[in-house]
Design a protein around this ligand. Structure first.
Ligand code: FAD
Length: 429
């Protein structure tokens, strides 16, 4: 029986194991194992909402062990640290509890096919101080530690333990930085509504961007300008064409010689695949991404596949598929089909993945939503406000629907709708 080991239960990995589990695992024709460093899945494009408490992890987190039991795959919690291609084995780091005590020792898992979908982490581009003094939104654990820090700062201000404005600096004006700045404003407003002593102008958020525009990946200048204007309306300071040279405890040093004071810094300036990719003996690029063929197979080993943010996937026009949730999902499904075909010994050629740009949407919390749909077709269709918000929410609804199936999916969507009335808008404790 083929053993298929998938590392990473993220935006793409969950689609992959669900499909393999239901097609092969449940029939007992292959053993599907998911490995993830976390015990549960939260859709990564919502990590900023987790960090501000807008997203309730109690309702939205999917427990891998339970999901696997219902969908034909096994689950092992652990972090990938090694690969022996010749012996077809991977090594997982010892599993530690929150107090640093060992729960499980280092383990080895053998495979017939290995799939890497471990996503991306913040790219500090070698900038000094990023690791020591800034937060990121790489993993569920980083979002939760950011939530702790934000909560502490708000409470200290509300109780007079800190004076002046609360300075926050966000490096990078892509989706993560822009959406986070709006979420922080929503959080301050909601806390004020709950009776916390937080003044209207407490938040002083600065977004720093090296290029000449916010949301550089939005294809239309008018949409980029709409996002920029909304940020200004919220009171966010936007500094484009500004290059951060060093992160310090008290803020950001920039190339033009100015220093931006910050009590909290979020680094969201770009991504690369995790460092562990350098230890696996696979062909990788400068962003640590595994070099794969269009069908997802790695250049280095035909039994190893990769998809999503951690893979460099060539496209027919010579470019590479961008690191986005839709890429991860689309490609994970192609890899799943290819693994099913290989497992069944079919002689048809493996499917090649071609990126379909269905659009980009940026959600400025409850304040505005802006986007471009079907970008692959004649430049796409610009959407703003209600329709954009509807499409944005639909992306996550589709993810929940796929993860839970039609019946439970409907209940999950209903539960998510109801919790807006039943529970506080922010979950902080
Ligand atoms: C705040 C934010 C907003 C975003 N907004 C958008 C958006 O609007 N649109 C869009 O297209 N994209 C967006 N993205 C990017 C999108 O989330 C990613 O492109 C997408 O999640 C990539 O999917 P993936 O399956 O490759 O990896 P991920 O979804 O990142 O999943 C990787 C998984 O691997 C696990 N893992 C990591 N390292 C290890 C290890 N060593 N061992 C075991 N497991 C490991 C992680 O726990 C995780 O579960 C956003 C990202 C962020 C942070």
């Amino acid at each position: 029986m083929d053993k298929i080991v998938v590392i990473g239960g993220g935006a793409g990995g969950m689609e992959l194991v669900k499909k393999l589990g239901n097609k092969l695992g449940k029939q007992g024709s292959a053993e599907i194992t998911l490995v993830d460093v976390s015990s549960h899945h939260i859709w990564k494009p919502l990590l900023h909402e987790l960090a501000t408490g807008s997203l309730d992890e109690g309702i939205n987190a999917i427990d891998y062990q339970v999901h696997g039991a219902h969908n034909g795959y096994r689950y092992q919690q652990g972090s990938l640290i090694g690969l022996d291609k010749a012996a077809r084995k991977i090594t997982l780091a010892p599993l530690l509890d929150a107090a640093g005590q060992q729960v499980l020792p280092a383990r080895e898992l053998s495979y017939d096919y290995l799939v890497l979908g471990i996503g991306a982490v913040t790219n500090d581009f070698g900038t000094p101080g990023v690791r020591q003094y800034s937060h990121s939104l790489d993993l569920i654990s980083s979002a939760m530690s950011l939530r702790e820090r934000i909560k502490t700062l708000f409470i200290q201000h509300a109780h007079g333990q800190r004076s002046g404005r609360l300075n926050m600096a966000i490096v990078g004006a892509g989706a993560t930085g822009v959406e986070m700045s709006a979420e922080l404003h929503h959080m301050a407003k909601t806390l004020r509504d709950y009776g916390y002593n937080i003044s209207d102008d407490l938040l002083n958020i600065t977004i720093v961007e090296a290029s000449d525009s916010v949301m550089p990946t939005l294809p239309k200048a008018s949409l980029r300008q709409a996002v920029h204007n909304k940020l200004l309306e919220l009171g966010v300071t936007v500094r484009t064409n500004t290059f951060v040279t060093e992160v310090r405890e008290a803020g950001l040093a920039t190339k033009d010689g100015t220093f931006i004071d910050a009590d909290l810094i979020l680094w969201a300036a770009g991504v690369k695949a995790p460092e562990v990719m350098q230890e696996l003996g696979l062909d990788i690029n400068r962003a640590n991404q595994v070099l794969v063929h269009g069908n997802g197979r790695s250049h280095s080993d035909e039994r190893i596949f990769a998809f999503g943010d951690c893979a460099a996937v060539p496209q027919p026009d010579g470019s590479f598929a961008p690191p986005r949730a839709q890429t991860a999902r689309q490609m994970a499904l192609v890899v799943a089909n290819n693994l099913i075909s290989l497992h069944r010994g079919e002689s048809t050629p493996l499917q090649e993945y071609v990126y379909q740009d269905l659009g980009s949407i940026v959600n400025l919390s409850r304040f505005s939503t802006v986007g471009n749909l079907f970008s692959c077709f004649r430049g796409g269709l610009a959407v703003v406000g209600g329709p954009a918000r509807f499409v944005y929410a639909s992306l996550y609804r589709r993810h929940l629907w796929t993860m839970h199936g039609p019946v439970k999916g409907v209940f999950m969507l209903a539960l998510n709708g109801m919790q807006r009335y039943l529970r506080p808008q922010l979950k902080l404790w």
